[in-house]
Design a protein around this ligand. Structure first.
Ligand SMILES: [Zn+2]
Ligand SMILES: [Zn+2]
Length: 157
């Protein structure tokens, strides 16, 4: 356990359509942000919010996540049906000083998961416009829009 790791409760998660589901048991984990160019492209986003845990703590159910080897040391997991980015997996034999790990995209974890990032990497690619976030005009989803939209998302548990 590195100094940045914290003890987290059990959590559940899955993709937007609900085909791929998982449970991560309680224990030490590392919550971080990665701004690297690979994470930007893999998520279609400015950065990846990652919750890293040993692979042995993950129990899968439903459909098997599809994986694509984004490098010679890691794969990117996603739902084969809805395409939700789910994780970055790095096996133990990848030459790192840690074991077999999953780094889950925090957005696919239960909404009540207490994700508290302590580290951020890939700073060479960090989007400078992130500095403007506190100054952007805030708004919430309009109730009249919510009244007419029929969501196809799976329920969360
Ligand atoms: Zn899905
Ligand atoms: Zn990254």
């Amino acid at each position: 356990m590195t100094s940045a790791e914290q003890i987290y409760p059990e959590t559940r998660g899955g993709c937007q359509c609900g085909a791929v589901r998982f449970v991560i048991s309680a224990g030490p984990g590392l919550a971080s942000l990665c701004h690297c160019r690979m994470c930007q492209r893999a998520t279609g986003n400015a950065f990846a919010p990652l919750y890293e845990v040993p692979a042995a703590r993950v129990t899968w159910s439903g459909a098997k996540a599809a994986e694509w080897a984004s490098s010679n040391i890691s794969t990117r997991g996603f739902c084969p049906t809805c395409g939700t980015p789910l994780f970055l997996r790095t096996p133990a034999d990848a030459g790192r000083d840690v074991g077999d790990t999953y780094e889950f995209m925090a957005g696919c974890l239960s909404p009540d998961f207490p994700f508290h990032p302590t580290d951020q990497g890939g700073m060479e690619s960090r989007k400078r416009w992130l500095d403007a976030l506190p100054h952007l005009r805030p708004y919430t989803t309009r109730p009249e829009l919510l009244a007419v939209v029929v969501s196809h998302q799976s329920p969360e548990d």
